[in-house]
Design a protein around this ligand. Structure first.
Ligand SMILES: CC(C)(COP(=O)(O)OP(=O)(O)OC[C@H]1O[C@@H](n2cnc3c(N)ncnc32)[C@H](O)[C@@H]1OP(=O)(O)O)[C@@H](O)C(=O)NCCC(=O)NCCS
Length: 177
């Protein structure tokens, strides 16, 4: 697995992923999403200094995206987001590894202090990944979004740079031992 820049050639697959109801259950916008929408997003994203997005590539195939948005260089914080759009790749550790690399990037190269995220309270798989990476629960916005004909709560989670460094150091020791 590697992270790389999103290329224009990735966009048709991205559109396929972002129209898949299983991918969208707890992610993105539930509205028809065209190639033109994706191309417009791509152009906006390329010129937005407050966003860093990566393509997730496995065995040469573009399978999803992971990145930082709402970058704030004064308060040294950003929001992280991820989707593995090709469902056949779920459960193989790719989401966790992509998140780990983007968090390292945020702390090591963007000098961030805090990386936070929002996740629907029902998105058990994603929450499991985030907890496994050391994200702390910060709060619950009740009835935050109307989706699937009902209100869903939204959880807020974050990891701070010192916590991340401590975990990475501990993990290094555990891996060595
Ligand atoms: C959430 C997502 C990024 C996870 O990616 P992934 O590559 O499947 O994640 P991983 O394989 O690294 O880890 C999945 C973990 O969830 C666990 N898991 C799977 N289903 C689960 C469930 N229903 N409840 C709890 N844990 C679950 C797996 O056992 C695995 O944990 P483990 O490594 O301890 O065994 C991916 O499923 C996805 O893109 N979903 C759709 C978009 C989305 O919801 N994005 C997040 C929005 S906040």
């Amino acid at each position: 697995m590697r992270l790389r820049a999103i290329e224009r050639d990735d966009l048709p697959l991205a559109v396929q992923y972002l129209n898949d109801p299983d991918v969208l259950t707890y992610f993105g916008q539930l509205a028809p999403f065209s190639l033109q929408d994706e191309e417009e997003w791509y152009e906006r994203m390329r010129h937005d200094n407050n966003v860093v997005n990566f393509a997730i590539e496995v065995d040469g195939r573009y399978v999803g995206g992971c990145g930082l948005i709402n970058l704030d260089h004064v308060h040294r914080r950003a929001e992280i987001g991820i989707f593995v759009g090709d469902k056949t790749y779920w459960g193989r550790g790719i989401g966790s590894e992509a998140m780990r690399l983007v968090i390292d990037y945020g702390f090591d190269y963007l000098n961030l202090h805090r990386i936070y995220l929002r996740v629907f309270a029902e998105n058990a798989r994603a929450i499991h990944v985030y907890e496994g990476l050391g994200f702390q629960h910060e709060g619950r916005f009740r009835d935050a979004e109307w989706r699937h004909g009902r209100w869903l709560d939204m959880l807020y989670m974050s990891v701070l740079e010192p916590e991340w460094r401590l975990r990475s150091a501990d993990k290094g020791v555990a891996d060595d031992g």
